[in-house]
Write a protein that binds this ligand. Structure first.
Ligand SMILES: Nc1ncnc2c1ncn2[C@@H]1O[C@H](COP(=O)(O)OP(=O)(O)OP(=O)(O)O)[C@@H](O)[C@H]1O
Ligand SMILES: [Mg+2]
Length: 400
């Protein structure tokens, strides 16, 4: 019998440690974000020099893949370590609001992080807030809550931020127990928040600018050095990758491209990548950020997005009406025998797609039930998006 593992292991690998190219891996060095880390440290210094005397609310903005999440996670570790050294107690909690979409889920996440034994059911948000505060007071703790991808919480996030802020004011001994860092790509996502929450958040904004070409090069080179064997990517090819990545500025895209190019090189039994590996790797690449979102969508959303993609592809036009998309959607639903969602649910899906940068919607008239709108997909190749959607749906058992 052939031992396939043996065979595979005999083939030389270009990877030293593949996990270090993973999008969720936080590297020990964050190149070219020193300024932002210094600024954050300055803003939070008081939490260490004079624990619980102040609370900070900061908003971080910047395009996709520019290191917002990585930098804030890195900073979380920095501040907790610095606090421990000085006998101040700060706990850092990073919450992705795309995954914890309601205030209740966020509060439960906070509570179960500070106390893993806490039961997940049976409390109202108000009760949870009180329990959290009591816990913080009992343990003389300050919480640094990071609300990443905050735009997903906009519908009731305002209340949450307001209540979290109020946690401080209401406490008997007036100790400040909670600081917040919000992360959004674009500040306009927050326009639905009430004015006072907005003004609290807007007071301190740190905008993460896109990396320059040289910076993209340095970062990708560093990530390759820790994850690949020596010389897997010669400098001139790293330059070509940088050219492709720099236009969008999305490092995640770069890491994915490197991973793909190296896998292709391995299949060809090469000891280093060549230009063709990059070309092939780049061919059907949906940005990693989008890929991550696509795999988290339910089948209804996947089918609706597929309907939009197909509608546009088949019509050959740059825009398609919502009504047309819905009729394609109904047809697909019928074919795979699932129940269609209501108009208002589909409308909500459109808002989500818009927020995820998959589509833009141009509204022509706004009367209820008669919302006439046109949809556009500009960021993705329709072919790539369709292929990817079909692949994901297939993995869920839907053949469309
Ligand atoms: N300066 C850097 N040094 C090393 N790796 C980096 C740097 N900046 C970003 N990265 C890596 O690039 C990837 C994307 O970064 P990150 O997830 O922080 O982006 P983001 O700004 O949060 O994007 P999004 O808005 O899509 O969430 C991560 O894997 C991260 O580790
Ligand atoms: Mg992020």
């Amino acid at each position: 019998m052939i031992d396939y593992f043996d065979e595979l292991l005999k083939q030389p690998s270009l990877f030293k440690d593949e996990s270090k190219l993973d999008i969720n891996f936080v590297p020990t060095k964050l190149l070219h974000r020193e300024k932002e880390l210094y600024l954050l440290s300055q803003l939070f210094l008081v939490l260490i020099t004079n624990p619980n005397s102040a609370s900070r609310k900061i908003l971080i903005t910047g395009k996709t893949g520019v290191g917002k999440t990585a930098t804030v996670k890195f900073f979380g570790k920095l501040i907790v370590d610095a606090a421990v050294k000085r006998q101040a107690f700060i706990q850092h909690i990073h919450i992705n609001c795309r995954k914890e979409r309601t205030s209740y889920k966020v509060l439960i996440k906070i509570m179960t992080t500070i106390n893993p034994k806490f039961p997940k059911r049976g409390y109202s948000p108000q009760e949870l807030l009180e329990i959290i505060l009591e816990y913080l007071n009992n343990y003389e703790l300050h919480l640094l809550i990071v609300l990443d991808e905050l735009s997903y919480l906009i519908n009731d996030g305002g209340d949450l931020i307001y209540s979290l802020t109020r946690l401080n004011d209401d406490s008997i001994n007036l100790k400040q127990r909670v600081s917040i860092i919000g992360i959004v790509r674009d500040i306009s996502c927050l326009s639905k928040l009430d004015a006072s929450t907005m003004s609290t958040l807007q007071r301190n904004i740190i905008d993460f600018k896109n990396y320059s070409k040289e910076e993209v090069f340095d970062i990708l080179k560093y990530r390759s050095q820790i994850s690949l064997i020596n010389n897997a990517i010669p400098d001139d090819l790293m330059n070509s990758i940088t050219e492709l990545v720099h236009i969008k500025g999305d490092i995640r895209y770069g890491l994915n491209l490197i991973w793909r190019a190296c896998k292709i090189a391995e299949r060809k039994h090469l000891r280093q990548i060549d230009a063709e590996c990059i070309r092939l790797g780049n061919q059907d690449l949906i940005p990693f950020s989008a890929q991550d979102i696509l795999t988290s969508l339910n089948e209804q959303k996947l089918i609706f997005l597929l309907s939009i993609t197909r509608g546009l592809k088949q019509s050959g036009k740059t825009q398609i009406s919502i009504a047309e998309c819905i009729s394609i959607y109904k047809m697909i639903c019928e074919n795979v025998e699932i129940k269609c969602r209501s108009y208002s649910q589909l409308w909500n899906y459109l808002q989500d797609f818009k927020r995820d940068n998959f589509i833009s919607v141009l509204i022509q008239s706004e009367s209820f039930k008669g919302r006439k709108g046109l949809i556009e997909i500009t960021e993705f190749s329709l072919f790539k998006l369709e292929t990817e959607l079909i692949r994901i749906l297939k993995s869920k058992g839907f053949f469309v």
